[in-house]
Design a protein around this ligand. Structure first.
Ligand code: HEC
Length: 109
């Protein structure tokens, strides 16, 4: 019985979690970018003891210099280090599109 309860809990937990993520992705393009960042970069750039010096979040990604650097490193296949074709994947394309839109908006201001 206890085991069953635990299973039900996880099913509900992930069910709710993924629907929240889906709803958020639709509303805010940043949420989609964040999901991609979390999937591909977080291990090194959002962990408390992150090896990559740069902490990637909305704040750091609001700076033109960071945006340009991130775009450059993805396009030149330097980030993520173990995924040379990242820029060509659906995630990579979406992320680059978001980053470039952000950069254009920031540069206009
Ligand atoms: C396996 C770990 C790892 C992953 C995954 C990773 N990075 Fe990095 N990243 C690093 C390390 C380590 C450095 C620091 C490299 C250096 O200073 O030579 C770095 C540096 C960077 C820098 C330059 C920071 C600076 O201040 O010079 C950027 C920008 C960056 N990463 C973006 C990304 C993005 C965007 C992703 C995901 C698409 C990503 N990285 C995925 C490990 C990672």
């Amino acid at each position: 019985m206890r085991l069953l309860n635990r299973k039900v809990f996880w099913v509900l937990y992930f069910g709710i979690l993924s629907s929240v993520v889906q709803a958020a992705e639709k509303k805010d393009p940043y949420m989609e970018a964040l999901t991609i960042l979390t999937r591909n970069c977080a291990g090194c750039h959002q962990a408390a003891d992150h090896p990559g010096a740069l902490f990637l979040n909305r704040e750091s990604l609001s700076e033109v210099a960071t945006l340009s650097l991130v775009i450059k490193l993805i396009k030149t296949s330097q980030m993520p280090p173990a995924h040379k074709d990242f820029a060509k994947t659906p995630d990579g394309k979406k992320l680059l599109k978001w980053l470039e839109t952000e950069l254009t908006t920031k540069e206009k201001k």
